[in-house]
Write a protein that binds this ligand. Structure first.
Ligand SMILES: [Zn+2]
Ligand SMILES: [Zn+2]
Length: 351
């Protein structure tokens, strides 16, 4: 009997690079910060090389990050005429649907491997001639390669739909979290914000409730998201956003403690209620065989657990939505709405 085991390691690295852009319409030169993350994995088959695997995953993540910073771009309009340059559009498109390339390669390779396997196994099971085996090989390989090509063609089509200048000179809705256009101040030689793009929520709703936050570019202030007093690093809550990427939500010691207690009380209330219901009605249902064992589990275990998860999510002092995974952009909302303004002011001052 074959026994196989492996341990996989994941790593993510965030990085930024200052990019230069020259407007094709008015030749205006401006800059912006491109922020991306690189992702890498490494597997230790049979536990061999387990010590080096995390380092290999990190190296792969670093290579991925360097490549992305090299070839990708953000749709930052020219601060003077609002035109988005072709090179920026091409670079931005490269960052979209990145996984589709890997999916196409996987589909193509899998189809070829399966048709090779079929061509090898079929003659053992059925009396077939060489022409049939050849047909299996050709049809299997051709159809899987066609499928892979279709995936790539669809990706190309979806990328071409990204047309920020479609309504030019009317202002186009830009993707969320577009970085600011920067200029070099001729007197000081330092970078300054040329134009700050308005986010969707600011246009739609004058009362800012959500904040679009790009991991690696935006920074959390050292302020508790509940009481707005200085936060405590050890009490900050690390929330998983993407594989091997977490963001720290700032809490002070007191607010982190009361949120922990609230979670505990909620869980205790749900467990106590479901146990009480079990003792009150569980015996009756079981005795009369009114419902099956599976239904009993749904009624007394799965439903309270789902209720607890929903309640925990909505009673949390913050909410996070991942809105753009290739660019690691999340939307943040806090029970203390004032904290959104604190993040906004803090990040606006950082450039
Ligand atoms: Zn321009
Ligand atoms: Zn606090």
């Amino acid at each position: 009997m074959l026994f196989y085991y492996a341990k996989s390691f994941k790593a993510s690295i965030m990085g930024s690079r200052l990019k230069e852009a020259t407007c094709e319409l008015c030749s205006f030169v401006y800059y912006y910060n491109l922020t991306r993350y690189g992702f890498g994995t490494a597997t230790a088959h049979y536990g061999i090389g387990e010590e080096k695997a995390p380092q290999k995953a990190e190296e792969a993540a670093r290579r991925d990050l360097q490549k992305r910073l090299e070839i990708e771009a953000e749709l930052v309009p020219c601060p003077k005429c609002r035109w988005v340059g072709e090179s920026l559009i091409v670079g931005y498109r490269r960052g979209r649907y990145r996984k589709w390339g890997r999916a196409a390669f996987f589909l193509g390779s899998l189809g070829i491997i399966l048709s090779l396997l079929a061509a090898w196994i079929v003659p053992f099971c059925f009396p077939v001639d060489q022409t049939t085996i050849l047909l299996i090989l050709i049809l299997g390989s051709v159809s899987s390669i066609t499928l892979a090509m279709m995936v790539l063609a669809l990706r190309g089509l979806l990328r071409r739909l990204i047309q920020p200048n479609r309504n030019y000179p009317d202002v186009t809705k830009l993707p969320r979290g577009v970085p600011d256009a920067l200029l070099i101040d001729p007197t000081t030689g330092e970078l300054e914000v040329a134009r700050r793009e308005k986010a969707f929520h600011e246009e739609d709703d004058p009362i800012v409730k959500w904040y679009d936050f790009q991991l690696g570019r935006n920074v959390m202030p050292d302020t508790c998201c509940v009481c707005l007093n200085p936060s405590d690093q050890d009490s900050s809550y690390r929330h998983s956003v993407l594989p091997a990427i977490k963001t720290a939500i700032p809490f002070c010691h007191k607010c982190a403690g009361s949120w922990k207690k609230r979670r505990f009380r909620l869980l205790f209330a749900v467990i106590a209620t479901s146990t009480m219901l079990w003792f009150s009605f569980g015996g009756y249902f079981k005795q009369d065989n009114v419902i099956s064992c599976c239904e009993m589990i749904i009624l007394f275990v799965a439903s309270p657990a789902a209720f607890a998860v929903v309640m925990l999510k909505f009673s949390a002092p913050y909410r996070i939505k991942l809105i753009d995974s290739p660019r690691a952009i999340i939307r943040l909302r806090f029970s203390n709405a004032e904290f959104v303004n604190v993040i906004k002011l803090y990040n606006d001052a950082l450039l």
